[in-house]
Design a protein around this ligand. Structure first.
Ligand SMILES: [Zn+2]
Length: 229
């Protein structure tokens, strides 16, 4: 039986959620909220070693994602398993996201901001755009997917979307006391961060910059969209 959750995190690759939102996830979990991850791609191109076998990398990255989610207290991780670097704004992908939203029925959806200019991983741009469209209007409207209705998946209204990796932050979440668990969760993604120099130091600096102007030290920054209709 699929689980319901107050928060759904929709991430392009394994590890993006830890970079973008893990400190906030730890807070939600501490508040007693159920959080579910949806991982769109299998991350099978995330390696600098040309001898890496994509299937093996997929397996490793799923295990890493499960370990990070477990550490944070995320109750379920759904892997859509699109190949890395292949996401497109297509009906199939949109419907996959709508299906998950209608199953889990979250109040809040967190994902990547699609509107970063210039260099932005295409999978991040597409995930953000398709998620926004899935939230509104596709998950909300009765007549959109008669076949999902037949499966018992009723329309659902998400109340808030938080976009990480944004150029226009309008909401900063205080992660001063969850920064350590964010780093620990990120370190679960060994295949991605093992060779990353000064991971904690750089992330701390980044979190400090995001907290500028606030009365706390470390932040994750989002563009927040509230949905009233
Ligand atoms: Zn990514």
């Amino acid at each position: 039986m699929a689980k319901q959750a107050q928060v759904m995190v929709i991430t392009p690759h394994p590890d993006d959620a830890e970079l973008g939102v893990a400190g906030t996830v730890a807070h939600w979990v501490a508040e007693g909220k159920n959080v579910i991850y949806v991982v769109c791609t299998n991350g099978d191109k995330g390696a600098s070693d040309p001898n890496t076998k994509p299937d093996e990398l997929t397996r490793i990255r799923e295990q890493e994602q499960l370990a990070a989610a477990k550490l944070l207290g995320v109750i379920d991780v759904i892997f859509l398993r699109y190949p890395d670097q292949t996401l497109e704004d297509i009906p199939e992908f949109r419907k996959d996201i709508v299906r998950q939203i209608r199953i889990c029925r979250p109040e809040t959806v967190a994902t990547t901001d699609p509107y970063c200019r210039y260099f932005w991983h295409r999978d991040h741009r597409i995930t953000g755009q398709v998620t926004l469209d899935a939230v509104f209007p596709y998950a909300r409207d009765h007549l959109t997917y008669p076949d999902l209705l037949k499966e018992g998946l009723q329309p659902h209204k998400v109340r808030e979307v938080l976009l990480w990796g944004t150029e226009e932050p309008n909401y900063r979440s205080n992660i001063t006391d969850t920064f350590d668990i964010k780093i620990a969760a990120l370190r679960c993604h060994k295949s991605q961060v093992e060779d990353f120099p000064d991971l904690e130091q750089r992330l701390r600096q980044w979190a400090k910059e995001m907290a500028k102007g606030e009365n706390f030290e470390l932040a994750e920054a989002f563009h927040q969209v509230e949905i009233w209709w």
